[in-house]
Design a protein around this ligand. Structure first.
Ligand code: ADP
Ligand code: XUL
Length: 523
């Protein structure tokens, strides 16, 4: 009898899933798109944006789970799924009321999750990673421990607006009734595990690193930080300490056995952050660097024991190596900013966008732009700033140059900052995320880094990583040994760098850095 492993990924725009077999072949993939499949929640790109406040309806995620489960039920695999793990967009949080937790533990298989959990949350709109409304809470947290560098040493990151501790602190201060009504708090990742278990799931240590409340060395909540973010009661609402990847949380709730035909022995493993799961799916070797081009753009490296934090990047617990770390750079203006430029200058058409990408010159012709369409994370800046021959301009003389300029600017920033994060000896780039489907974007990436770019098979790294995490917990090998057994998750080589262009890009690094500084400070 075949064994299957399921990975879910609750990302910004979709709930996706990947099913693999024992040999890691991708057997089945599917997704629910929030805007298209659940229009009643009126999200745009999965979110509701009101200036710097960005949320998603918690019930929309629950309904997406109902829809995905319905499609899974129609497959011949559901009864042979041995384990489920997965990922969620990092930092987002869910606030369960007491009656909500009760409803979860007494689910009736005759009705949907959404029907039974529609009143389950003390806060109906979950704050998500795109939110940037907690600057005051960030400064207070840093002050408590002696500044940003101290907080980075303690938790792996300085205070960031989207990190869950600061989001909780804002609710604690501004919406005390809802805070008091909350009995349990999940991250998006542990929320999925909670739905599947039918009881509260702790966070995994990797995703706990995205809260500004977990000690990065011990993987335990830091009491002082918890108190600052949510007073004496917060520890109780988080209920449990973070757990390591590779552990088993328990069996799937009876609800899914009766309603969808899952095996009663199907195990639920801790869910992790989407970036950690992407890292897992790529099984990184020394010299590998992941560039994930999803709604956010991220750069990920596997850092071994002894790695140090910085105030520009994130040091996060590693999802399969309790002694190791994931180093990460995260940009908010990734795919949505590229889409904005495509819509503005390339008739909303990726083919025309690619045409300009191939045929126009930007950085190498002294046209440099910075596209902080939403409040950017690195650097902390907002607005669109363009420079032609070092002169601040409203737009380039040839406006279609914006297409090349945004892509180059995004990758120049990554290239310059990767070294500072500890990624000095990178030998190849592993690309993933929606925009990695576009080989022309990857060619620019390759030229700027001067490295070959590989791409993973399958549509979605994070849910594939989830499926591999599920299998990992149910066998006795190390993650590396497990991955060495089968080659099906290997990468395809997509492009080789043009080294002449690469050298020219390097010649523009100082100019780029200076213009970036003036874009941040002068406006
Ligand atoms: P997430 O997991 O964050 O929800 P994905 O990794 O699925 O997002 O990426 C979605 C994004 O991929 C879309 O917003 C879109 O801009 C981008 N994308 C899809 N196809 C292309 C393409 N051919 N060229 C560039 N970007 C693309
Ligand atoms: C990482 C981050 C984003 C989300 C997007 O810190 O905020 O990459 O995880 O899904």
């Amino acid at each position: 009898m075949q064994n299957y492993y399921l990975g879910l990924d609750l990302s910004t725009q979709q709930l996706k899933c990947t099913l693999i077999n024992e040999a890691h072949d991708i057997i089945w993939e599917n997704s629910v798109n929030f805007d298209k499949d659940l229009p009643e929640f009126m999200t745009r790109h999965g979110a509701i944006v009101s200036d710097n406040v960005v949320t998603s309806p918690t019930l929309m995620w629950v309904k997406a789970m109902d829809l995905l489960m319905e499609t899974l039920k129609e497959t011949p695999y559901v009864g042979s799924i041995r384990g489920i793990s997965g990922a969620g967009q990092q930092h987002g949080s869910v606030y369960w009321s007491k009656s909500g937790m009760n409803s979860l533990s007494t689910l009736d298989e005759k009705s949907t999750l959404a029907d039974q959990l529609k009143d389950a949350f003390a806060i109906n709109q979950s704050p998500i990673w795109q939110d940037a409304s907690t600057t005051a809470e960030c400064r207070a947290l840093e002050e408590l421990v002696g500044g940003p560098a101290e907080l980075a040493k303690l938790t792996g990151s300085k205070a960031y607006e989207r990190f869950t501790g600061n989001q909780i602190a804002k609710i604690y201060r501004q919406n005390r009734n809802a805070f008091d009504e909350t009995t349990r708090i999940n991250l998006v990742s542990s929320f999925l595990a909670t739905l599947l278990l039918g009881e509260f799931s702790p966070v995994d240590a990797a995703d706990g690193s995205g809260t500004n409340m977990m000690n990065i060395a011990s993987h335990k909540w830091d009491e002082r930080l918890l108190k600052q973010c949510g007073g004496e009661d917060l520890a109780e609402k988080l209920a449990k300490q973070p757990v390591e990847g590779g552990t088993v949380l328990g069996n799937i709730s009876d609800y899914y056995v009766k309603r969808y035909g899952f095996d009663a022995e199907c195990k639920i493993m801790p869910f992790t952050g989407d970036n950690s799961a992407t890292l897992v799916s790529m099984n990184l070797k020394e010299g590998d660097c992941v560039v994930s081009l999803g709604t956010s753009d991220t750069v990920l490296v596997y850092l071994k024991k002894g790695a140090a934090s910085t105030t520009e990047s994130h040091l996060m617990a590693h999802p399969t190596d309790p002694d190791g770390f994931m180093g990460m750079l995260c940009y908010k203006n990734g795919s949505l900013a590229r889409e904005f430029i495509r819509d503005e200058y390339a008739e909303s058409n990726w083919d025309l966008f690619n045409d300009y990408l191939i045929n126009k010159q930007a950085v190498l012709n002294d046209c440099i732009g910075f596209y902080y369409w939403m409040q950017e994370i690195i650097p902390f800046a907002k607005g669109i700033h363009r420079f032609e021959k070092n002169k601040d301009v409203n737009d380039f003389s040839d406006k279609t140059v914006n297409v090349k300029a945004i892509v180059e600017s995004q990758f120049m920033s990554m290239k310059i900052r990767l070294g500072r994060m500890g990624g000095n000896n990178v030998k190849r780039i592993l690309a993933s995320g929606g925009a990695a489907a576009n080989p022309h974007i990857l060619q620019v990436l390759s030229n700027i880094f001067g490295l070959p770019v590989y791409r993973q098979k399958g549509m979605n790294g994070a849910s594939l990583g989830g499926a591999l995490l599920a299998k990992f917990a149910l066998q006795n090998k190390s993650f590396e040994e497990m991955m060495a057994e089968y080659s099906s998750t290997e990468m395809d080589l997509i492009c080789e760098p043009d080294l002449t262009k690469h050298k020219e890009y390097l010649n523009h690094v100082t100019q780029f850095t200076n213009l970036e500084a003036s874009a941040i400070h002068n406006k």
